[in-house]
Design a protein around this ligand. Structure first.
Ligand SMILES: Nc1nc2c(c(=O)[nH]1)N=C([C@H](O)[C@H](O)COP(=O)(O)OP(=O)(O)OP(=O)(O)O)CN2
Ligand SMILES: [Zn+2]
Length: 142
């Protein structure tokens, strides 16, 4: 029986956004603003006794690049990413978006445990895939 472990990869991206409602205060400013986002992705699963890996982090790095980072880095989230045309680009929604994009890129999405997105050193959000429906995945387009 293999032992169960956790492995993670952290990436960074820079993007502009605006929380488009008066109740968001300064985040609603018409000029928008930017963040240097930090994204931690955590996988959980059996450690292969031969390779010593849950997944090869080189593969995880590639999935993150093509499924997520290429679509958000140096972008305006609200204008350039279709998913955020119909919902606010909050840290919570970003974590959901990244979770779904990464899950869809992985050969075995059951290994995806957690996505943590930090918008600033003070503000971060975590998502573990709870409550998602097939309709959510269908809407997770870039
Ligand atoms: N629940 C959420 N609330 C807020 C979010 C969010 O994603 N989820 N986002 C924002 C704004 O994007 C805003 O940019 C946050 O930045 P700010 O308040 O400036 O950041 P700090 O708290 O780190 O800065 P202070 O210097 O402490 O004001 C707002 N709310
Ligand atoms: Zn912001």
């Amino acid at each position: 029986m293999p032992v169960i472990g956790y492995v993670s990869r952290t990436e960074h991206f820079s993007a502009a956004h605006r929380l488009n409602s008066p109740r968001f205060g300064k985040c609603n400013h018409a000029n928008g603003h930017g963040h240097n986002y930090v994204v931690e992705t955590v996988l959980r699963g059996p450690i292969d006794p031969i390779t010593g890996m849950i997944v090869n982090i080189t593969d995880l790095k590639q999935w993150l690049k093509t499924a997520v980072l290429d679509h958000v880095d140096h972008k305006n989230l609200d204008m350039d990413v279709k998913f955020f045309k119909t919902r606010p680009s909050t840290t919570e929604n970003l974590a959901v978006f990244i979770w779904m994009r990464l899950a869809m890129a992985m050969p075995d999405r059951s290994l995806l445990h957690k996505v943590v997105v930090a918008e600033t050193p003070k503000n971060k959000s975590e998502f573990c895939g709870e409550g998602l429906t097939q309709q959510d995945f269908d809407q997770c387009v870039v």
